[in-house]
Design a protein around this ligand. Sequence first.
Ligand code: ATP
Length: 309
Amino acid sequence: MILQTQSVTKVFSGKTALENVSISVPRGSIYGLLGPNGAGKTTLIRMITQITAPDNGSIYFDGRLIQTNDIFSMGYLPEERGLYRKMKVGELALYLAQLKGLSKEIALIRLKKWFQLFEIEDWRNKKIEVLSKGMQQKLQFIVTVLHEPKLLIFDEPFSGFDPINAEKIKNEIIKLKNNGATVIFSTHNMASVEELCSHLTLINNGKDILSGEVNAIKKEFAGNMAKIILETPLDTISEKIPPAFLLCEQSRKGDLIELMVKMPQNASAYDLLSKLEGNIISYQLQLPSMNDIFITAVNSNNQQYASQN
Ligand code: ATP
Protein backbone atom coordinates (compact mmCIF):
# COMPACT_ATOMS: atom_id res chain seq x y z
CA MET A 1 0.00 0.00 0.00
CA ILE A 2 1.30 3.45 -0.81
CA LEU A 3 -1.20 5.18 1.45
CA GLN A 4 -3.36 4.16 4.38
CA THR A 5 -5.60 6.16 6.63
CA GLN A 6 -6.50 4.44 9.87
CA SER A 7 -9.70 5.58 11.58
CA VAL A 8 -9.18 9.26 10.82
CA THR A 9 -11.65 11.68 12.36
CA LYS A 10 -12.03 15.41 11.82
CA VAL A 11 -14.39 17.71 13.70
CA PHE A 12 -15.03 21.33 12.66
CA SER A 13 -16.48 23.44 15.50
CA GLY A 14 -18.68 20.65 16.85
CA LYS A 15 -19.56 19.16 13.44
CA THR A 16 -17.99 15.79 12.62
CA ALA A 17 -16.85 16.00 9.00
CA LEU A 18 -15.13 12.58 9.04
CA GLU A 19 -15.49 9.72 11.48
CA ASN A 20 -13.13 6.75 11.67
CA VAL A 21 -12.38 6.70 7.97
CA SER A 22 -9.93 4.00 6.87
CA ILE A 23 -8.75 3.64 3.30
CA SER A 24 -5.96 1.52 1.84
CA VAL A 25 -4.64 2.66 -1.51
CA PRO A 26 -2.64 -0.01 -3.39
CA ARG A 27 0.52 1.15 -5.12
CA GLY A 28 -0.08 1.68 -8.84
CA SER A 29 -3.87 1.84 -8.56
CA ILE A 30 -6.30 4.48 -9.75
CA TYR A 31 -8.41 4.96 -6.65
CA GLY A 32 -11.78 6.70 -6.73
CA LEU A 33 -12.94 8.75 -3.78
CA LEU A 34 -16.69 9.08 -4.13
CA GLY A 35 -19.51 10.53 -2.12
CA PRO A 36 -22.37 13.03 -2.19
CA ASN A 37 -21.74 16.76 -1.72
CA GLY A 38 -20.46 17.48 1.76
CA ALA A 39 -19.63 13.80 2.46
CA GLY A 40 -16.06 14.60 3.55
CA LYS A 41 -13.93 13.78 0.48
CA THR A 42 -12.07 17.11 0.36
CA THR A 43 -11.52 16.97 4.12
CA LEU A 44 -9.88 13.55 3.73
CA ILE A 45 -7.71 14.77 0.83
CA ARG A 46 -6.67 17.83 2.85
CA MET A 47 -5.47 15.55 5.64
CA ILE A 48 -3.55 13.29 3.24
CA THR A 49 -1.86 16.36 1.73
CA GLN A 50 -1.19 17.70 5.25
CA ILE A 51 -3.12 20.92 4.77
CA THR A 52 -5.02 19.96 7.94
CA ALA A 53 -4.27 17.33 10.57
CA PRO A 54 -6.71 14.65 11.75
CA ASP A 55 -8.13 15.04 15.27
CA ASN A 56 -7.80 11.30 15.67
CA GLY A 57 -6.37 8.39 13.72
CA SER A 58 -3.20 7.98 11.67
CA ILE A 59 -2.03 8.30 8.10
CA TYR A 60 0.67 6.07 6.66
CA PHE A 61 2.61 6.84 3.48
CA ASP A 62 4.96 4.32 1.90
CA GLY A 63 4.58 1.98 4.87
CA ARG A 64 5.37 4.41 7.70
CA LEU A 65 3.70 7.30 9.50
CA ILE A 66 3.36 10.21 7.10
CA GLN A 67 6.05 12.92 7.39
CA THR A 68 6.12 16.57 6.35
CA ASN A 69 8.58 15.83 3.54
CA ASP A 70 6.18 13.37 1.93
CA ILE A 71 4.40 16.33 0.38
CA PHE A 72 7.24 16.42 -2.21
CA SER A 73 6.20 12.92 -3.29
CA MET A 74 2.63 14.06 -3.90
CA GLY A 75 0.91 16.20 -6.52
CA TYR A 76 -2.45 17.68 -5.62
CA LEU A 77 -4.88 19.33 -8.02
CA PRO A 78 -7.56 20.89 -5.81
CA GLU A 79 -11.12 21.50 -6.96
CA GLU A 80 -10.90 25.17 -6.01
CA ARG A 81 -8.22 26.32 -8.41
CA GLY A 82 -6.48 29.65 -8.38
CA LEU A 83 -3.36 30.97 -10.08
CA TYR A 84 -1.58 34.30 -9.61
CA ARG A 85 -3.41 36.23 -12.32
CA LYS A 86 -0.79 38.91 -12.96
CA MET A 87 2.12 36.50 -13.50
CA LYS A 88 3.18 35.20 -16.90
CA VAL A 89 2.38 31.58 -17.70
CA GLY A 90 6.01 30.43 -18.12
CA GLU A 91 7.25 32.30 -15.04
CA LEU A 92 4.49 30.98 -12.81
CA ALA A 93 4.96 27.39 -14.00
CA LEU A 94 8.70 27.62 -13.34
CA TYR A 95 8.14 29.18 -9.91
CA LEU A 96 5.68 26.44 -8.87
CA ALA A 97 7.98 23.72 -10.23
CA GLN A 98 10.87 25.05 -8.16
CA LEU A 99 8.64 25.11 -5.06
CA LYS A 100 8.17 21.38 -5.63
CA GLY A 101 11.93 20.91 -5.51
CA LEU A 102 12.82 20.83 -9.23
CA SER A 103 15.95 22.56 -10.49
CA LYS A 104 15.45 25.33 -13.06
CA GLU A 105 17.09 23.25 -15.81
CA ILE A 106 14.95 20.16 -15.30
CA ALA A 107 11.79 22.24 -14.83
CA LEU A 108 12.38 24.04 -18.16
CA ILE A 109 12.94 20.78 -20.05
CA ARG A 110 9.80 19.18 -18.62
CA LEU A 111 7.70 22.32 -19.08
CA LYS A 112 8.63 22.47 -22.75
CA LYS A 113 7.43 18.91 -23.24
CA TRP A 114 4.12 19.46 -21.40
CA PHE A 115 3.43 22.84 -23.03
CA GLN A 116 3.86 21.21 -26.45
CA LEU A 117 1.66 18.29 -25.48
CA PHE A 118 -1.15 20.55 -24.29
CA GLU A 119 -0.59 23.05 -27.11
CA ILE A 120 -0.07 26.06 -24.85
CA GLU A 121 3.51 27.00 -25.92
CA ASP A 122 2.30 30.22 -27.54
CA TRP A 123 0.90 31.32 -24.20
CA ARG A 124 4.18 31.14 -22.29
CA ASN A 125 4.66 34.95 -22.22
CA LYS A 126 1.01 35.85 -21.70
CA LYS A 127 -0.42 36.74 -18.31
CA ILE A 128 -2.54 34.12 -16.56
CA GLU A 129 -5.53 36.49 -16.58
CA VAL A 130 -5.87 36.26 -20.38
CA LEU A 131 -6.04 32.44 -20.39
CA SER A 132 -9.42 30.76 -20.75
CA LYS A 133 -10.58 28.61 -17.83
CA GLY A 134 -9.68 25.41 -19.70
CA MET A 135 -6.16 26.68 -20.45
CA GLN A 136 -5.67 27.60 -16.79
CA GLN A 137 -6.77 24.09 -15.88
CA LYS A 138 -4.28 22.58 -18.29
CA LEU A 139 -1.57 24.69 -16.67
CA GLN A 140 -2.63 23.54 -13.20
CA PHE A 141 -2.61 19.94 -14.32
CA ILE A 142 0.93 20.40 -15.66
CA VAL A 143 2.27 21.93 -12.44
CA THR A 144 0.60 19.15 -10.42
CA VAL A 145 2.38 16.36 -12.30
CA LEU A 146 5.63 18.10 -13.32
CA HIS A 147 7.76 16.89 -10.39
CA GLU A 148 6.70 13.28 -11.21
CA PRO A 149 5.29 12.47 -7.77
CA LYS A 150 4.57 8.92 -6.61
CA LEU A 151 1.07 9.87 -5.52
CA LEU A 152 -1.24 12.11 -7.52
CA ILE A 153 -4.48 13.44 -6.09
CA PHE A 154 -6.96 15.03 -8.46
CA ASP A 155 -10.17 16.63 -7.25
CA GLU A 156 -12.69 16.63 -10.16
CA PRO A 157 -9.90 16.61 -12.79
CA PHE A 158 -12.27 16.74 -15.77
CA SER A 159 -14.55 19.57 -14.67
CA GLY A 160 -14.38 22.60 -16.96
CA PHE A 161 -12.78 20.70 -19.87
CA ASP A 162 -14.43 20.18 -23.26
CA PRO A 163 -14.77 16.49 -24.29
CA ILE A 164 -11.57 16.54 -26.38
CA ASN A 165 -9.43 18.04 -23.63
CA ALA A 166 -11.10 15.82 -20.99
CA GLU A 167 -10.07 12.81 -23.10
CA LYS A 168 -6.53 14.17 -23.31
CA ILE A 169 -6.36 14.59 -19.52
CA LYS A 170 -7.79 11.09 -19.06
CA ASN A 171 -5.14 9.60 -21.34
CA GLU A 172 -2.40 11.45 -19.49
CA ILE A 173 -3.70 10.12 -16.16
CA ILE A 174 -3.57 6.57 -17.57
CA LYS A 175 0.00 7.17 -18.83
CA LEU A 176 1.07 8.49 -15.41
CA LYS A 177 -0.35 5.35 -13.82
CA ASN A 178 1.39 3.14 -16.40
CA ASN A 179 4.65 4.91 -15.57
CA GLY A 180 4.27 3.87 -11.93
CA ALA A 181 2.32 6.65 -10.23
CA THR A 182 -0.62 5.98 -7.94
CA VAL A 183 -3.66 8.16 -8.58
CA ILE A 184 -6.46 9.10 -6.19
CA PHE A 185 -9.25 11.02 -7.74
CA SER A 186 -12.43 12.47 -6.40
CA THR A 187 -15.34 12.89 -8.76
CA HIS A 188 -19.10 12.92 -9.16
CA ASN A 189 -18.71 11.58 -12.69
CA MET A 190 -19.49 7.87 -12.42
CA ALA A 191 -18.63 7.19 -16.07
CA SER A 192 -15.02 8.20 -15.40
CA VAL A 193 -14.96 5.91 -12.35
CA GLU A 194 -16.16 2.99 -14.52
CA GLU A 195 -13.49 3.78 -17.04
CA LEU A 196 -10.50 4.48 -14.82
CA CYS A 197 -10.74 3.19 -11.27
CA SER A 198 -9.52 -0.19 -10.08
CA HIS A 199 -10.43 0.56 -6.44
CA LEU A 200 -12.69 2.99 -4.63
CA THR A 201 -14.04 4.24 -1.34
CA LEU A 202 -17.52 5.70 -1.03
CA ILE A 203 -17.93 8.21 1.79
CA ASN A 204 -21.33 9.25 3.10
CA ASN A 205 -22.11 11.40 6.15
CA GLY A 206 -18.40 11.40 7.03
CA LYS A 207 -18.06 7.59 7.09
CA ASP A 208 -16.53 5.12 4.66
CA ILE A 209 -19.52 2.99 3.75
CA LEU A 210 -18.04 0.99 0.86
CA SER A 211 -14.44 0.22 -0.06
CA GLY A 212 -12.47 -2.16 -2.21
CA GLU A 213 -11.85 -3.39 -5.72
CA VAL A 214 -14.37 -2.06 -8.24
CA ASN A 215 -14.97 -5.53 -9.76
CA ALA A 216 -15.58 -7.10 -6.35
CA ILE A 217 -17.99 -4.28 -5.41
CA LYS A 218 -19.86 -4.77 -8.67
CA LYS A 219 -20.23 -8.50 -7.98
CA GLU A 220 -21.39 -7.76 -4.43
CA PHE A 221 -24.11 -5.46 -5.78
CA ALA A 222 -25.02 -7.65 -8.75
CA GLY A 223 -28.64 -8.68 -8.87
CA ASN A 224 -29.34 -12.19 -10.01
CA MET A 225 -30.16 -11.39 -13.60
CA ALA A 226 -28.27 -13.33 -16.26
CA LYS A 227 -28.02 -12.69 -19.99
CA ILE A 228 -27.70 -15.81 -22.14
CA ILE A 229 -27.12 -15.90 -25.87
CA LEU A 230 -27.71 -19.20 -27.61
CA GLU A 231 -28.62 -20.93 -30.85
CA THR A 232 -31.92 -22.73 -30.40
CA PRO A 233 -35.52 -22.54 -31.64
CA LEU A 234 -37.31 -19.65 -29.87
CA ASP A 235 -40.73 -21.29 -29.55
CA THR A 236 -39.66 -24.07 -27.16
CA ILE A 237 -37.44 -22.00 -24.92
CA SER A 238 -39.89 -21.22 -22.11
CA GLU A 239 -40.49 -24.98 -21.57
CA LYS A 240 -36.77 -25.51 -21.03
CA ILE A 241 -36.36 -22.95 -18.23
CA PRO A 242 -36.36 -24.74 -14.83
CA PRO A 243 -39.31 -23.77 -12.58
CA ALA A 244 -37.38 -21.65 -10.02
CA PHE A 245 -35.91 -19.48 -12.79
CA LEU A 246 -37.88 -16.61 -14.30
CA LEU A 247 -37.62 -15.85 -18.00
CA CYS A 248 -37.94 -12.04 -18.09
CA GLU A 249 -37.12 -11.31 -21.73
CA GLN A 250 -36.50 -13.25 -24.91
CA SER A 251 -35.59 -11.80 -28.26
CA ARG A 252 -34.20 -12.90 -31.58
CA LYS A 253 -30.83 -11.45 -32.67
CA GLY A 254 -30.28 -12.70 -36.22
CA ASP A 255 -29.75 -16.47 -35.92
CA LEU A 256 -29.32 -16.19 -32.16
CA ILE A 257 -31.68 -15.91 -29.21
CA GLU A 258 -31.02 -13.55 -26.30
CA LEU A 259 -32.59 -14.35 -22.93
CA MET A 260 -32.72 -12.39 -19.68
CA VAL A 261 -33.30 -14.82 -16.82
CA LYS A 262 -33.71 -14.02 -13.14
CA MET A 263 -31.92 -16.68 -11.12
CA PRO A 264 -33.07 -17.85 -7.69
CA GLN A 265 -30.74 -17.16 -4.72
CA ASN A 266 -27.86 -19.67 -4.53
CA ALA A 267 -28.59 -21.11 -7.99
CA SER A 268 -25.59 -21.77 -10.19
CA ALA A 269 -25.25 -21.02 -13.88
CA TYR A 270 -24.98 -24.79 -14.44
CA ASP A 271 -28.49 -25.34 -12.98
CA LEU A 272 -29.82 -23.25 -15.81
CA LEU A 273 -27.43 -23.89 -18.68
CA SER A 274 -27.58 -27.69 -18.34
CA LYS A 275 -31.34 -27.55 -19.01
CA LEU A 276 -31.17 -25.38 -22.11
CA GLU A 277 -30.86 -27.14 -25.41
CA GLY A 278 -28.78 -25.75 -28.25
CA ASN A 279 -25.45 -24.13 -28.62
CA ILE A 280 -24.76 -21.67 -25.79
CA ILE A 281 -22.73 -18.75 -27.10
CA SER A 282 -22.43 -16.73 -23.89
CA TYR A 283 -23.61 -16.43 -20.32
CA GLN A 284 -23.12 -13.21 -18.38
CA LEU A 285 -24.26 -12.16 -14.92
CA GLN A 286 -25.49 -8.59 -15.32
CA LEU A 287 -23.38 -6.18 -13.27
CA PRO A 288 -24.83 -2.91 -11.98
CA SER A 289 -23.40 0.44 -13.08
CA MET A 290 -21.37 2.56 -10.64
CA ASN A 291 -24.19 5.06 -10.79
CA ASP A 292 -26.69 2.43 -9.51
CA ILE A 293 -24.26 1.28 -6.82
CA PHE A 294 -23.67 4.86 -5.65
CA ILE A 295 -27.41 5.55 -5.36
CA THR A 296 -28.26 2.20 -3.70
CA ALA A 297 -25.42 2.40 -1.15
CA VAL A 298 -25.98 6.06 -0.25
CA ASN A 299 -29.78 5.71 0.04
CA SER A 300 -29.57 2.63 2.21
CA ASN A 301 -26.92 4.27 4.44
CA ASN A 302 -29.08 7.42 4.75
CA GLN A 303 -32.06 5.31 5.85
CA GLN A 304 -29.93 3.59 8.51
CA TYR A 305 -28.58 6.97 9.61
CA ALA A 306 -32.11 8.44 9.87
CA SER A 307 -33.40 5.50 11.90
CA GLN A 308 -30.47 5.79 14.34
CA ASN A 309 -30.89 9.55 14.91
P1 ATP B 1 -18.21 18.19 -2.34
O1 ATP B 1 -18.50 16.95 -3.12
O2 ATP B 1 -19.42 19.08 -2.26
O3 ATP B 1 -16.97 18.90 -2.73
P2 ATP B 1 -16.89 16.97 0.00
O4 ATP B 1 -17.24 15.52 0.11
O5 ATP B 1 -15.58 17.31 -0.55
O6 ATP B 1 -18.06 17.73 -0.77
P3 ATP B 1 -16.03 18.38 2.37
O7 ATP B 1 -15.66 19.65 1.69
O8 ATP B 1 -14.96 17.49 2.85
O9 ATP B 1 -17.07 17.56 1.49
O10 ATP B 1 -16.96 18.79 3.61
C1 ATP B 1 -17.39 17.84 4.61
C2 ATP B 1 -18.14 18.60 5.70
O11 ATP B 1 -17.22 19.35 6.47
C3 ATP B 1 -19.17 19.59 5.18
O12 ATP B 1 -20.28 19.58 6.05
C4 ATP B 1 -18.44 20.93 5.25
O13 ATP B 1 -19.35 21.98 5.46
C5 ATP B 1 -17.57 20.72 6.49
N1 ATP B 1 -16.31 21.51 6.42
C6 ATP B 1 -15.31 21.32 5.54
N2 ATP B 1 -14.28 22.19 5.77
C7 ATP B 1 -14.69 22.95 6.82
C8 ATP B 1 -14.08 24.03 7.57
N3 ATP B 1 -12.86 24.48 7.26
N4 ATP B 1 -14.80 24.55 8.59
C9 ATP B 1 -16.01 24.08 8.92
N5 ATP B 1 -16.64 23.07 8.28
C10 ATP B 1 -15.99 22.51 7.26
